[in-house]
Design a protein around this ligand. Structure first.
Ligand code: V47
Length: 377
């Protein structure tokens, strides 16, 4: 006899094959353990190959966390420090510029900049980071500040989101990373990060960023206190904004790392859960072009496997990552370009270097879009 779950999966399969959108109820049903993971993966792979063929994207990038001192105390965060903590730091301009130089020397096209909300630093100190990096290294794309930071800058200056984002853009901000999303549903958000930018503010900041021509990413922190209903709600909210603006580039499911956090009693999500999350995200977010398997958090093996479960991007070479390594990530802190290309090839995909905006980079100084060189160095 065919079970109800199998019947529902059969009708979902038909919809995916025809390119039809899944309802919220159908999406939620996919989290049930009885839904075969590999069948889900096969469906997600169909969508992935439809959108991105065999591409396995990566970039050459660097992280910069200018401070770990933070006014907030999110229960999942191992990176933050108190103002008077010995671990607390704020990077000087010289240290920041040195990171920029290191990034450029390593061939990076992108610097990913996020950090804490320092009790004593004014908005100008954050603006200055973008200004000095952009003036000194104009070729580096600065993907910086989550809505949590932008919301904090508005609070400090009493200025509007549009004003702050416009000023940051003029100073050299290139796009927004996907962080600060955690879980949007208030039942969970109120428990894991109750004081920082709320869901409405997170969406409003991305909406305004998109209206100013800034692209952005989106994330979901899974494996803490949420359940299938909350994860589905999270994805559907993102799909709705993407329908409205089209400004999101990639979705990055982030596996919770519990070490050194106030949620250290919760086990880390399994590889099977990570693959299921990737596959369901690919199926629900039908209007997102890209899905990123962030190797730093997933581990190299799961990130490679995720390239057959919906993901088309593995993130970058990454140097100076602190947020997940403070929370117990066991991955290396950097991958060479050869290593990352091999990982992608081993997974049966074609390694393609991209810039932050998903334009192909070739090392002869060209950026490619739709098969045509659009920038020549
Ligand atoms: O919002 C913090 C997460 C995010 C932990 O846009 C944790 O390309 C798991 O958003 N376990 C920030 N997750 C990082 C981020 C990101 C990362 C890579 C690429 C991009 C992109 C964005 O990290 C936070 C939070 O959800 N996080 N602590 C932890 N213990």
């Amino acid at each position: 006899m065919i079970s109800a779950v199998q019947r529902s999966l059969d009708s979902i399969r038909e919809k995916v094959v025809c390119g039809e959108r899944l309802s919220s109820k159908e999406s939620e049903s996919l989290w049930d353990d009885s839904v075969d993971l590999h069948e889900l993966g096969e469906l997600a792979n169909l969508v992935r190959e439809r959108k991105n063929g065999d591409a396995g994207y990566y970039n050459i990038n660097t992280h910069l966390n200018p401070t770990n001192v933070c006014v907030y105390r999110c229960s999942f965060c191992a990176f933050r420090a108190d103002l008077r903590d010995d671990r607390g730091y704020w990077m000087t301009d010289e240290q920041i510029l040195q990171r920029g130089q290191e990034a450029v020397d390593a061939g990076s096209t992108e610097m990913h900049i996020v950090g804490g909300l320092h009790h004593q630093k004014k908005y100008d100190a954050y603006l200055n980071i973008i200004q000095i990096l952009h003036e000194t290294y104009p070729s580096l794309h600065l993907k910086a500040w989550t809505p949590v930071e932008i919301n904090w800058f508005c609070h400090l200056t009493k200025r509007s989101i549009k004003d702050i984002l416009s000023e940051m853009k003029s100073a050299g901000l290139g796009s927004l990373p996907g962080g600060g999303a955690e879980i949007f549903h208030p039942e969970v958000r109120s428990k894991i990060c109750e004081h920082k930018a709320d869901t409405k503010e997170w969406f409003e900041i991305h909406r305004i960023a998109h209206s100013l021509g800034l692209r952005s990413n989106a994330t979901m922190l899974y494996g803490s206190l949420e359940n299938a209903y909350h994860r589905t709600d999270h994805l559907i909210r993102l799909r709705d904004l993407q329908d409205e603006t089209g400004g999101f580039q990639t979705f990055i499911p982030l596996a919770f790392h519990p070490d050194n956090t106030r949620l250290s009693h919760i086990p880390k999500p399994s590889a099977a859960m990570s693959l299921r999350t990737m596959a369901i995200s690919r199926l629900v977010l039908d209007n997102f072009d890209h899905m990123k398997a962030y190797w730093i958090m997933l581990g190299l093996g799961t990130a490679q496997t995720a390239l057959a479960y919906g993901a088309d991007d593995i993130d970058g070479t990454v140097r100076h990552e602190l947020i997940y390594h403070d929370a117990g990530a066991e991955t290396p802190e950097i991958l060479t370009v050869d290593k990352i290309k091999n990982l992608i090839r081993e997974a049966g995909r074609e390694p393609i270097e991209r810039d932050t905006l998903y334009r192909r980079v070739d090392r002869n100084g060209h950026l490619w879009e739709s098969g045509e060189a659009i920038v020549t160095a």
